[in-house]
Write a protein that binds this ligand. Structure first.
Ligand SMILES: [Zn+2]
Length: 170
C-alpha cells in the first residue's frame, strides 16, 4: 500500500490574479499587504470576499527583500518593478512558493532566482533577459537603481540631457 503525503504548492499571487481568478481558487493563496490597498481601490467588494475566503497575508523578511533586490539589480529589472512586485517575488523566494503573475519583469526575475512561476492570462516569457537603463536622447547608460520605482514605469530622466530613461535589452 502506498501512502503518500500530498504536498500542495503554495501560490503567491499578484494583483491581476486577485482580480481575475475565481474566488474559490484563491483560498490559501499568499499575498503581500500592499495588495489589499490596491484591491480595495480597484474593487472593495472583491476585497471583502477575498478577506472572507482566507488568503495568507505575508510580509517578506528583510533578508529576502535584500537578496531579491540584489538579483533585480543584476538582471536590470529593478527600475521596472513596484514595491509590491519586489515583495511578491521575495515572498515566493522565501516561502518556496509558486509565483503567479503576468508581469514579465517579475517572471524574468523569478526565472533568474530559480523561483517557479505561472502566468495568469498570458503565455509568459520564454527567454531570460538582462536589461540596462539607458537614455533615449544621448544614449548614456545608467546603473540599476537600488530600490523599486515609486510608481510603476517611472524610470526617471537623464542627468545629462533631460531625456527619458528606458530599460533596453542587453
Ligand atoms: Zn541623456
Amino acid at each position: 500500500m502506498a501512502s503518500g503525503v500530498c504536498v500542495i504548492d503554495e501560490l503567491v499571487v499578484d494583483t491581476s490574479a486577485l482580480i481575475s481568478w475565481p474566488i474559490t481558487e484563491l483560498s490559501g493563496a499568499v499575498i503581500v499587504k500592499s495588495q489589499i490597498q490596491e484591491l480595495e481601490r480597484h474593487s472593495p467588494s472583491r476585497a471583502d470576499m477575498i478577506d472572507a475566503i482566507g488568503v495568507i497575508v505575508s510580509g517578506p523578511s528583510q533578508d529576502a527583500i535584500s537578496s531579491t533586490s540584489m538579483f533585480a539589480m543584476e538582471t536590470g529589472d529593478m527600475g521596472g518593478l513596484s514595491v509590491t512586485d519586489l515583495h511578491l517575488v521575495a515572498t515566493a523566494y522565501e516561502r518556496g512558493g509558486v509565483l503567479v503573475t503576468d508581469d514579465y519583469r517579475m517572471q524574468n526575475l523569478a526565472e533568474r532566482m530559480g523561483i517557479r512561476w505561472e502566468s495568469v492570462n498570458s503565455d509568459g516569457i520564454s527567454q531570460f533577459w538582462t536589461w540596462k537603463l539607458k537614455c533615449l536622447g544621448c544614449g548614456r547608460e545608467y546603473d540599476s537603481p537600488e530600490t523599486p520605482a515609486k510608481r510603476k514605469g517611472l524610470l526617471g530622466e537623464c542627468i545629462d540631457c533631460g531625456s527619458k530613461l528606458k530599460l533596453k535589452r542587453i
